[in-house]
Ligand binder design. Structure first.
Ligand code: NAG
Ligand code: NAG
Ligand code: NAG
Length: 296
């Protein structure tokens, strides 16, 4: 037995209002109606250049700390040994910074350095009806930095289901890639910017699951037109589960079960047990006690 869901994602990157850095994302659904998935939008350049300038006004933000922050965003298992390495070689460097900036944390760096909703989402409409993007969108910290998601199922009646199949009947988002905020290549913090891509990566998920560390994703670059069709087929893949294992239920998570969230929770626990805190990419429920930068 298969439950088939189908939608077409049309990406039209237009010179909207003559500004070529603006991207347009349109979601077109099948005619018989489908509840919208959650759309999470992440800028390829997670940190604003103006933020780096701002926090480095004093000139004491060491380039080594940039490398460290990059590692914080990568798989902590791979980089575990690097942390150890850096913690020995760079302790004085980093502790120096944390003495002057005692509140500095990795989470805060990515949250405050990322683009805000009004900077990203410029225009939203559903079935031709314009709505206030940022009253519907929420922000979320992911392995791609600060992202914003639109969950139309929370947006009220008339917005949950697309009834007609056409490019004007669906969800349309116009995004600003803010290319002028890209960290210049010659800067010490350039590694935090994507050297090749400008634009967005976006993720399509069930609303009840996390988008913390999706490796999938669809790219939208300014200056291109991309059309994508996606179909979700629920089928028998063997001995699957739709429930959290014993010990992960109760108040341990707000998310509906999916294997990638289960793996994240498992890793978060491992780090919690070993270090008393968890790297933010595994801390999908945002429980207090994420590791600050000098802790891990
Ligand atoms: C911070 O400013 C100092 C002095 O201008 C500079 O040497 C350093 O590279 C800057 N750090 C970053 C991460 O840009
Ligand atoms: C599926 O896995 C569960 C848990 O590992 C096990 O108890 C069950 O017997 C398995 N079912 C089948 C049909 O293999
Ligand atoms: C979960 O949290 C709620 C409210 O905080 C509390 O009333 C309930 O007892 C908790 N349940 C478990 C299994 O810990």
């Amino acid at each position: 037995m298969a439950v088939l869901m189908f939608w077409v994602i049309g990406l039209l990157i237009s010179a909207y209002l003559g500004k070529p850095m603006v991207s347009q994302v349109s979601f077109v659904m099948s005619a018989n109606g489908l509840e919208f998935p959650k759309i999470t939008l992440c800028n390829y350049n997670p940190i604003k250049n103006s933020y780096i300038q701002m926090i480095n006004q004093t000139g004491d933000f060491p380039p080594r700390l940039v490398e460290y922050l990059l590692l914080a965003n990568s798989n902590a298992y791979v980089s575990y040994s690097f942390y150890f390495f850096y913690s020995i070689f760079d302790l004085s460097n980093r502790v120096g910074y944390s003495e002057n900036h005692p509140d500095f944390t990795v989470d805060q760096f990515f949250e405050q350095g990322g683009f805000t909703c009004p900077e990203v989402l410029k225009h939203c409409s559903f079935a031709g009806r314009v709505f206030d993007c940022c009253s519907v969108a929420r922000s979320v910290l992911t392995s791609h930095g600060l992202c914003h998601y639109v969950n139309l199922r929370e947006a009220g009646e008339g917005m949950r289901i697309q009834k007609e199949s056409s490019d004007t009947a669906g969800l349309q988002l116009i995004l600003d890639a803010q290319r002028e905020e890209k960290i210049p290549e010659e800067d010490a913090a350039a590694a935090l910017a994507n050297p090749i891509n400008a634009g967005f990566r976006f993720f399509v998920d069930e609303p009840e699951t996390s988008t913390y560390s999706s490796s999938q994703g669809i790219s939208v670059s300014p200056g291109n037109v991309v059309y994508t069709a996606v179909s979700l087929v629920k089928t028998s893949w063997g001995n699957c589960t739709s429930k959290w294992p014993v010990g992960y239920t109760g108040n341990n998570t707000q998310w509906k079960y999916q294997s990638k969230d289960c793996i994240s929770k498992c890793k978060a626990r491992f780090f919690n047990d070993k270090c008393g805190c968890s790297p933010f990419i595994y801390n999908i429920d945002r429980v207090p006690g994420g590791c600050s930068y000098y802790q891990w």
